[in-house]
Design a protein around this ligand. Structure first.
Ligand SMILES: [Zn+2]
Length: 62
């Protein structure tokens, strides 16, 4: 699942337990060891790209 932090930036969270801590070496959840699926990663990258695009749009000088 994808969480939004207070700044609106997406954060990848575990589908199983909802925590946001992952072991980047093995791509598994710290809490329950659920694997990060390619689908989850793709979803997160998409959300991140959208967030970045929106922020760049807002950041443009008028
Ligand atoms: Zn988990």
């Amino acid at each position: 699942m994808i969480f939004r932090n207070p700044a609106g930036a997406p954060e990848l969270a575990c589908d199983q337990c909802g925590c946001r801590w992952f072991d980047r070496m093995t791509n598994t959840c710290y809490e329950c060891s659920a694997a990060v699926t390619p689908e989850m990663e793709a979803e997160f990258k998409q959300a991140l790209a959208e967030f970045t695009a929106q922020r760049n749009e807002k950041g443009k000088p008028a």
